[in-house]
Design a protein around this ligand. Structure first.
Ligand code: NAD
Length: 497
């Protein structure tokens, strides 16, 4: 997409702002709305339907009725596959419009939005569409007096609660596997960034997803989110967001119908450089990207960069030089590398951590950019960070990187482990034995060796410790969240001799 096309799309943008329930766009019963603002320039984008318990009840009733009717849940898997493939094609067809909408709604860079929506989202949909007719039950060995069938069934109504940092990517991570196996879903997008998910619902309808199978209830967490979490007729919640809110969903489940809870939450992931690594452009590119991708608003951001003492000076200088070349500013500009914080409140929170880092004695490297305005925060690097500092412990969720120094591989492992989180880690070393040793020692869901990556759609993604529950998004593992296991035991009689 060219810059002129981006601005043309902005000018002609039609924004879907109502809830999507039972195949239709509807207002809240209360008629209440909330304002959605472009965080990059404070422009008002839409008055979005503010769903509360009544609307969540309406959506869950629709989802349950669709599920019980069997129109989707008991349809041939080839049918679900063909509809989801069509949905993937429609997202590709409308990718430019959706990417611009995502950019306006979140302040993410347009180049990231183009990649996420033009490539990642349709690929996820397509991958799970293809899986719809390729998962199987099992038949264990029994004697001749019986036959046992271990079968898989869709769990029913799934509530999908989403964060704001990758809105349509997160929606597709959950909607695609849930729909592929036959569930009906009620999606609760983050109040900061609901717009692409609302538009996606329209494309799902056009692709042929039957009414009631996919519902979207925008609104606040303590209203729509809590109503979904506590609803007695929701069978499972798949949640991505903060650890604090993840805990609440466990509580909601205990206080209601003991629905299944799948949690993908925060992190404070390490990026470890052992003393045999070579500090070159490639390593530095990975280090900078692991911290500042999405302006640091990323659950797997590698914000504790733990570097062997002999290399730390060279590493610090090289990453500062790289980061200085980032362009911070207008998210709609194709040249921009770092967009803005999602909101004024979040901006203030991240700035507080920068002040705290200075007060705690970490050394803030000199400013690499012109002073930032509005909700923008320049990439910030602290050297001499130690494990006790708050900036080394809390998930800041902004562009604030801490560099820590270690004297040995064992102290690198100990420091990397010294966290309540366990989502991700990156390790640079040239020694395969050391790589495997560290990979086996670290309690985290993904460890990436000699390059920063979260993996891809084929590999499961989720966290150890307080970063997640046992569930995983992505890979064939993701469908487990949305399936029940049923044993059918058949007692047989011998026939003949
Ligand atoms: P959040 O926890 O504030 O909100 C997530 C969702 O929960 C939103 O839809 C919100 O409306 C809802 N919610 C908020 N309060 C609620 C309540 N009281 N009851 C019910 N629902 C409620 O998280 P966020 O700020 O949107 O996203 C940032 C967090 O998400 C970070 O911690 C980040 O690490 C995490 N995250 C994790 C992953 C992963 O895969 N592990 C991916 C992306 C983001």
């Amino acid at each position: 997409m060219q810059q002129t096309e981006i601005h043309a799309i902005v000018r002609s943008m039609q924004i879907r702002h109502q809830a999507f329930i039972n195949g239709e766009y509807v207002d809240a019963h209360s008629k209440q709305t909330f304002s959605v603002i472009n965080p990059a320039n404070q422009e008002h984008l839409a008055e979005v339907t503010r769903c509360d318990q009544d609307d969540v009840n309406h959506a869950v009733r629709a989802a349950r009725a669709a599920f019980n009717s069997g129109i989707w849940s008991r349809a041939d898997p080839e049918f679900r596959k063909s509809v989801l493939l069509k949905l993937a094609a429609l997202v590709r067809q409308h990718a430019d419009e959706l990417a611009v909408l995502e950019c306006l709604d979140t302040g993410k860079t347009i180049s990231d939005c183009i990649h996420e929506i033009g490539t990642d989202v349709p690929n996820f949909l397509q991958w799970y569409a293809e899986l719809a007719d390729k998962y199987f039950g099992k038949i264990p060995q029994t004697g001749r007096q019986s036959m046992a069938l271990i079968t898989r069934e869709p769990v029913g109504v799934a509530g999908l609660v989403l964060p704001w940092n990758f809105p349509l990517v997160m929606a597709s991570w959950k909607v695609a596997p849930a729909l592929a196996v036959g569930c009906s879903v009620v999606v609760k997008p983050a109040e900061e960034a609901p717009l692409t998910t609302l538009r996606f619902a329209e494309l799902a309808r056009e692709a042929g997803v039957p009414a009631g199978v996919l519902n979207v209830v925008p609104g606040y967490g303590h209203e729509a989110g809590a109503a979904l979490g506590k609803h007695p007729d929701v069978d499972v919640i798949s949640f991505t967001g903060s650890t604090e809110v993840g805990r609440l969903f466990m509580k909601y489940s205990g206080e209601s119908n003991l629905k299944g809870i799948a949690l993908e939450m925060g992190g404070k992931s390490p990026f470890i450089v052992l003393d045999d690594a070579c500090i070159n452009d490639e390593l530095i590119e990975h280090a900078a990207n692991s911290a500042f991708w999405n302006a640091g608003q990323n659950c797997s951001a590698n914000m504790r960069q733990i570097v062997a003492k002999p290399l730390v000076e060279e590493f610090t200088q090289a990453i500062a030089d790289r980061v200085a070349r980032y362009t911070v500013g207008d998210p709609l500009n194709l040249e921009t590398n770092i967009g803005c914080m999602i909101s004024h409140t979040h901006h203030a929170r991240v700035n507080k951590y920068i002040e705290l880092g200075k007060a705690e004695g970490a050394i803030k490297l000199p400013e690499l950019h012109q002073p930032a305005q509005g909700n923008f925060i320049n990439p910030t690097i602290f050297a001499n960070v130690t494990g006790e500092m708050t900036i080394a412990k809390d998930e800041i969720f902004g562009p604030v990187l801490g560099i820590m120094t270690v004297n040995s591989i064992e102290s690198a492992i100990a420091l990397a482990k010294d966290t309540d989180y366990g989502l991700h880690a990156t390790l640079f070393t040239q020694d395969i034995d050391r790589a495997l040793h560290v990979a086996r020692e670290l309690p985290c869901g993904t460890i990436s060796i000699n390059g920063f990556t979260e993996g891809d759609i084929k590999t499961p993604f989720g966290g150890y410790k307080q970063s997640g529950s046992l569930s995983r998004d992505n890979g064939t593992e993701a469908i487990e969240q949305y399936l029940q296991t049923k044993t059918i035991w058949i007692c047989t009689k011998s026939v003949g001799s």
